[in-house]
Write a protein that binds this ligand. Structure first.
Ligand code: ZN
Length: 380
């Protein structure tokens, strides 16, 4: 049995004991008999639990809950127990039955909608989860948990406008400012508009994101893309320089984008990157440039650039990356380096510590925005 299940079972048992034992203090005989009926399944339940038979224990606890039909909290705890065991269908039924009761207190009503929403969310039924969070918000419009959970679902479904509305409500409820989070939502809107060829809208959203958070790299990358696509060379150069000064740790991500616009790269981009390298020769710039050039053009182009830059790797990681780009096809070390490069986790989340291969603007584990940074390594 897992620990969570044991913990929830223990809570249910305490609740049941409290409920069942309380009336025993009054000692009139008919009630005594009634209570005996209630205690027997509970004791059987405990017995099954101690003998590591959780399914039979659960059956007995359901029986106790039935005998104490007014005990909404017992049902709530049972629902939690079923969900934690992955039995979503049973958890849903318990919470739906509870909500069908006409005499339910408002606070329990709220809790039951939240629990049902979590059941649906755990089962991947996001639309139905949203409806239940919405019902919880109808009862208590400033319920931060319901707002936060709905926001997460909207983000998961790439419904950025709706996510932004929820973020505003959360800001008001918590009386805090989430401007960086909002900037990332606007940058996602900008990216979405760009992919749908709505360039004016994309530009507006990117500008709003940059205004809120000048270090919002994905918004700056949209602005760069728009300028290059419109052949506005000077504007593109200004935007690229702004990315370099405001979000340098993510600067290298723009290099493949520059190479994709070959006219811009040949006429201005190459020289711009070379100037940046001369001003501040950082390994990430050189390696990403070499990698992108080998991919978009040829390994020979990358070799020429390598000699032009005069780059020398200073860590094992840098050395492996360089070998993956420049190593010959037949060389076993180069093959190993290429395999390593495909699987190497290059980004780490400052909030939860999760490591991922490619950059994500929202952490896949803790859902924080802008929390993934390139992994740093000590110099050899
Ligand atoms: Zn994280």
């Amino acid at each position: 049995m897992n620990t969570l299940f044991l913990a929830i079972t223990a809570i249910v048992l305490v609740l049941l004991l409290a409920l069942v034992l309380r009336p025993l203090q009054e000692d009139d005989e008919p009630r005594q008999e009634e209570e005996d009926k209630r205690i027997s399944p509970l004791l059987r339940g405990i017995n099954y639990l101690l003998s590591d038979e959780p399914d039979r224990a659960l059956q007995e606890m359901v029986q106790v809950a039935r005998l104490r039909s007014e005990a909404a909290d017992v049902y709530m705890a049972l629902g939690e127990m079923f969900r934690s065991r992955g039995e979503i269908g049973r958890a849903v039924r318990i919470h739906q039955n509870l909500l069908a009761r006409p005499d339910l207190a408002k606070s329990i009503h709220l809790q039951a909608h939240m629990a049902l929403a979590r059941d649906f969310q755990t089962g991947g039924l996001l639309d139905r989860a949203l409806i239940q969070y919405g019902k919880a918000l109808e009862i208590q419009s400033d319920h931060a948990g319901a707002l936060e959970a709905s926001l997460r679902i909207r983000e998961q479904s790439s419904e950025w406008q709706l996510a932004e509305e929820l973020l505003s409500r959360l800001e008001r409820v918590r009386n805090e400012s989430y401007s960086s989070h909002r900037a990332y939502l606007f940058s996602e809107m900008a990216r979405q508009c760009l992919s749908q060829e709505s360039r004016d809208e994309a530009a507006t959203y990117a500008a709003r994101a940059i205004e809120l958070d000048p270090a919002c790299a994905p918004a700056r990358m949209v602005a760069i893309e728009l300028a290059m696509a419109a052949a506005e060379t000077d504007k593109a150069v200004t935007e690229i320089q702004a990315l370099r000064s405001h979000a340098n740790e993510h600067f290298s991500l723009v290099i493949p984008q520059l190479l994709a616009h070959s006219d811009f790269y040949d006429n201005r981009g190459r020289e711009l990157l070379a100037e940046m390298w001369r001003q501040q020769p950082d390994a990430e710039l050189a390696l990403s440039w070499l990698e992108a050039l080998a991919r978009e053009r040829s390994a020979d182009d990358a070799k020429v650039l390598y000699h032009d830059l005069g780059f020398v790797p200073a860590t094992l990681r840098e050395s492996l990356r360089l070998q993956a780009v420049l190593g010959d096809e037949g060389d076993a070390h180069a093959r190993f380096s290429r395999q390593w490069r495909k699987r190497a986790k290059n980004y780490v989340c400052e909030q939860c510590g999760v490591e991922v291969i490619d950059v994500r603007w929202q952490c896949p584990q803790c859902h924080s925005w802008g929390s993934l940074h390139p992994k740093s390594e000590e110099k050899i």
